[in-house]
Design a protein around this ligand. Structure first.
Ligand code: FPP
Length: 253
């Protein structure tokens, strides 16, 4: 009996240590903005800003795992990013390719489960294959979920959810006047993720840019002037501390 009891004390101590370092935030999302301005400030090409942005991604994924965050959702490529010059799109796709290829082993070793939200099947076929291979290889992991938003737009996600629900209505599986928030949440790309606790945006812009519009209904928002390539462990901890200081009321008093 004793060892079992000690084990449960140990695991509850571990759980409360995690809660201390995340301040209770299970699901954190980041709008990673400012790569271009970071490069401009240093008189470097924009492509180098994005390259440095990937290094920041790599670091924050490690830090988030160590901190005990359950889900980290990163806005890597929006459905509106196709409007950027062709060269820049190709740089970003090249970086994505490299990132998945070089970090997949680390995901496997560190128990990171990869998830992709957005219409990723609209990306180049070799990237779709890479993504699907990585989803497959990491499907059984459960230490942290890394959800990457690719070819993602929240309005598009909501439209796709409405289409799914309309299909269910057509099949006679749900009555139109019985459709509720649960049906919509279940039809979104994030259906299997915990509620979004904290949404961070770097680089001083104060908008959501079509990211997680439904999911952010009751999340805490944190805006920082720090440019994405400079966003590090200290900055994430600052954001989490700020989250810990908030009083979440979810519409109540
Ligand atoms: C914004 O910088 C950043 C993006 C376009 C998306 C973030 C992309 C990365 C961090 C690199 C690729 C990511 C992965 C996961 C491989 P910006 O160009 O809008 O900066 P600016 O507003 O200063 O010009």
């Amino acid at each position: 009996m004793r060892p079992a009891r000690k084990e449960s004390q140990d695991s509850s101590a571990a759980a409360s240590a995690v809660k201390d370092s995340t301040f209770g935030a299970r699901h954190v999302a980041i709008i990673m903005d400012g790569n271009g301005r970071w490069a401009k400030k240093k008189h470097l090409p924009r492509a180098l800003g994005h390259k440095k942005g990937v290094e920041a991604v790599r670091n924050i994924v490690r830090v988030a795992g160590e901190t005990g965050i359950e889900v980290l959702t990163l806005y890597a490529f929006s459905s509106e990013n196709w409007n950027r010059p062709r060269d820049e799109i190709s740089d970003l796709m090249g970086l994505l390719r490299q990132y998945i290829q070089s970090d997949i082993e680390e995901f496997v070793e560190n128990g990171i489960k990869l998830k992709v939200i957005g219409n990723y099947k609209g990306l180049e076929p070799d990237i779709v294959r890479l993504i699907e291979g990585a989803l497959d290889r990491t499907a059984g992991n459960d230490r942290m979920t890394l959800a990457i938003a690719l070819n993602y737009g929240a309005q598009d996600e909501i439209i796709r959810a409405v289409q799914t629900i309309a299909g269910a209505v057509q099949q006679g599986d749900v009555e139109p006047d019985k459709i509720n928030a649960g049906h919509i949440a279940d039809a979104l790309d994030t259906a299997d993720l915990p509620p979004l606790d904290l949404l961070i945006r770097t680089s001083g812009e104060l908008r959501l840019s079509n990211f997680l519009l439904w999911q952010a209904a009751y999340s805490e928002l944190y805006f920082t002037d720090v440019l994405w390539p400079d966003f590090d462990k200290r900055e994430l901890q600052k954001a989490l501390r700020s989250f810990g200081d908030r009083q979440r009321r979810f519409g109540g008093r």
